[in-house]
Design a binder for this molecule. Sequence first.
Ligand SMILES: Nc1ncnc2c1ncn2[C@@H]1O[C@H](COP(=O)(O)OP(=O)(O)O)[C@@H](O)[C@H]1O
Ligand SMILES: [Mg+2]
Length: 353
Amino acid sequence: MTNRLNGESRKKVIMTEALLEVRNLKVYYNTERGTVRAVDDISFNLPLGQNLALVGESGCGKTTVAKAILHLLADNASIRGGEIIFKGQRIDSLSEKEFDKLRWNEIAVISQSAMNALNPVYRVGDQIIEAIEAHQKIDRKSAREKVRRLFQWVGLAPERARDFPHQFSGGMKQRAIIAMSLALNPSLIIADEPTTALDVVMQDQVMEQIVHIQKESDSSILMISHDISVVTEVCQYFVVMYAGKVVEACTVENFHNMPCHPYSMGLLLAFPTLEGEARRLISISGFPPDLSRQIDGCIFYDRCPFRKTICQNETPPNVEVGPGHLAKCHFAHQAEQLRPVSQKEETWEPTMA
Ligand SMILES: Nc1ncnc2c1ncn2[C@@H]1O[C@H](COP(=O)(O)OP(=O)(O)O)[C@@H](O)[C@H]1O
Ligand SMILES: [Mg+2]
């Protein structure tokens, strides 16, 4: 394949081959309050040559998914079921030593706390060189040259590679982390809220950089965000998480034009449209449920404007509403009728319990 990011060739591979497959993954946390079901039986595929967005409000389990893939789960977390498959190989069951061979090399991360990912006592460039040398047989001069190129690529002046992290602004540190994540040309980059810690101007610049890099590189991105606008620019495929479950999975076009889960419909209204159409932003009232309690029926029941009795009592199935388009809702097939109603502000007004 010449350019995997080229629009047409990318579309052809959709759903045929997966770079990453998450199957029936369950990740629970042990806490004093009991077991928190942060990721509860979720499945999705990242098709080869595509970028995937994992979206949903804070607390829905997105970071836990990323950490499970990256072997970075907290000590009180445990994988209770399922499989994570990367390029056809199971990676959740690898030992730390085995997974370290993939880290940076095959799977790199741009984390939420990238600002703190740089070691303050080493020069920024040297940290990237170290990451390269850990995986590649390469002489120092070539490694330095590579860092210069990477810096240029992410919009940093190459001579700044000699700086220490404290000499960098937040946006520059984030660019340096992006350079580091690209250093070994990984197949998959996991970016967890990569711009959330930055101010708005910097957010735009760093996102532009990521979009630009995407066009040039062969890496796929799994981008996690609570911000729909951010991921829409970068990702072709959307996985919507709510309360530890995938409630909808579809292409970016379908997510925007024909969302089939009421939660997706609500999320869409909480962000400005790309066309900048004037309308009030709506927030879904209420909060996600307590994940330490067993929930019967639909997890979105409490907040759903379209709920019916069946939703309280029966767990909704994953309904295939179209090719590659799943929605976990009893009324997924009626989405067309629900969509116009969902766009009315009063639909989402809190009701008196
Ligand atoms: N180390 C932990 N111990 C206990 N609960 C945790 C821990 N980390 C995350 N959680 C809980 O798991 C759920 C999912 O969290 P997280 O994966 O960070 O969601 P997101 O990234 O979507 O905001 C939340 O309810 C959160 O409070
Ligand atoms: Mg998170």
